[in-house]
Ligand binder design. Sequence first.
Ligand code: AKB
Length: 314
Amino acid sequence: MRKILITGACGQIGSELVPYLAKKYGKSNVISSDVSAGCENGSDFEFLDLDVTDFEAIENAIDEHDVDTVYHLAAILSATGEKKPFKAFDVNLVGTNNILRAGIEKGLSRVVIPSTIGVFGPETPRENVPVVTVTRPRTMYGITKVTTEMLGEYYFEKFDLDVRGLRFPGIMSYVREPTAGTTDYSVQMFYHAVRGEPYKCFLRADAYLPMMYMPDAVSSLVKLAEADLKNLTRHTDYNVASYSFSPEELYNEIRKEVPGLEVSYEPDYRQEIAETWPASLDTTLAERDWGFRPEYDLERTVKDMIQNLKVKLA
Ligand code: AKB
């Protein structure tokens, strides 16, 4: 078997996708890469120090490790992207174009690239948003990601490169405490709850957003990657989500497990980002074309998060 390269392997999704793929395909077939000198995965898996803005380095990595498939996760997320828009442009767009170009030059059989609800904007409808709709984002993250979706389609049509992607909502996971995104308040609320600390939420109590739990996110990405191409009516922009909630609703759900949790609200620039994103997504195309079916509802997610965080933070 030729190998799978994961870029951005130290990030929120990468940290869990790498072990998932290793379990499925064997550790020796999975190569994690990131710009950091190493990450938690690095000690356990073959790790490359790879900057996706360096085209030659990508080509060398593909050659040296006999790579066949790339899961391209390296990206600067919405909140950090507004602090560092030029870096976000370089990593998210130049980096993605490098991966796609290397994909055709090295004959990769597949490139999988997650997209995001960040591709939507204030002119997008709020509820049950379909795949094809107004995508005029206001953040650098969104602009780079909607362009990534279009680039992927372009490479598919023009160069026959099999590029696949789906739009993730906010993702919750107990493995990492993320800080780069707008939906990260949700994970932070759990960490504070289990540590017994009050939480100051940077979104408003009623900021309603689509979300999902990491095990469903990771399995969805791999399911799409493995789907039969002839069943796919889209390439890079399937909507996926498990449920929607506001910070206040999450607080009420967590309090069922941790009654003492205290949350206050101090919205900052991330609230402005959240206001441009929809409250819920229509996921029927993903369900129909490749069998998207999340397993975790909100209640099960909350119980699992708390249970695992209690072990992790003990
Ligand atoms: C973010 O908040 O930037 C990400 C996303 C929704 O893509 N979690």
